[in-house]
Unconditional design. Structure first.
Ligand SMILES: N[C@@H](CCC(=O)N[C@@H](CS)C(=O)NCC(=O)O)C(=O)O
Length: 210
């Protein structure tokens, strides 16, 4: 059976939701970041990057959110989580997800994991002070994307970009990092996605006592 390695509230929530949306049979394996379980020897054998998510499949272990999301969409095509038959529309999905992974997530990590980028509290403080500016700019772009009244990132249809965005909006929202008036549509998108039964199921599993 497929195993998803996750930590509650981490970016692994996006593939967790996608597996639920797909109706996949999978085992969710929780890692305790407070105990540093992601850096332990046992997990490093699964994912030497010492990060979540990792998806163990019968063909091996897949890492990186956007690759896992795309794999889920291809593996359960009946769930219609991506426009698989339309090369241009599919490229738009990859483009948006790549932006989340390489720009938004990395800017957020300057706040949540400053030690990845520099040593010392002064450097960490400087990064925490600067990152909201970059994140504000990125969320302005996303807000603009939703401006034509489209409910989902790519229009009328829910795709793998939507839970991925919802997870990152949740991070920004939890710290009031961008003024709410500047991200009204993004926040409406968050609520829309948050209410989906698959999302509720994934969130309940992540919140359940270990
Ligand atoms: N590029 C990776 C990023 C993975 C990543 O940074 N995951 C974080 C959680 S959101 C993590 O495992 N952090 C643990 C650590 O830094 O020790 C992806 O998109 O999957």
């Amino acid at each position: 059976m497929i195993r998803l390695y996750y930590a509650p509230g981490a970016c692994s929530l996006a593939p967790h939701i996608a597996l639920e949306e797909a109706g996949a049979a999978f085992e969710a394996v929780r890692l305790d970041f407070r105990q540093g379980e992601q850096r332990g020897e046992a997990y490093r054998e699964i994912n030497p990057k010492a990060r979540v998510p990792a998806l163990a499949t019968d063909r091996g272990v897949l890492t990186e959110c956007l690759a896992i999301l795309a794999w889920i969409a291809r593996t359960w095509p009946e769930a219609r989580l991506a426009p698989l038959e339309d090369a241009w529309a599919m490229a738009q999905v990859h483009s948006f997800n790549s932006f989340l992974a390489s720009s938004v997530h990395v800017a957020w990590a300057h706040i949540s994991r400053p030690g990845r980028y520099a040593d010392g509290e002064a450097a960490a403080e400087a990064m925490r002070a600067k990152a909201p500016e970059a994140l504000g700019g990125f969320f302005d772009l996303i807000e603009g994307r939703l401006a034509d009244g489209r409910p989902y990132v790519h229009g009328e249809t829910y795709t793998i970009s939507d839970p991925y965005l919802m997870v990152m909006t949740g991070w920004i929202r939890s710290r009031d990092m961008v003024p709410r008036a500047r991200m009204e549509r993004v926040l409406a998108h968050y609520e829309l996605v948050r209410a989906r039964p698959a999302v509720v199921r994934a969130l309940e599993r992540e919140a359940a006592p270990a």
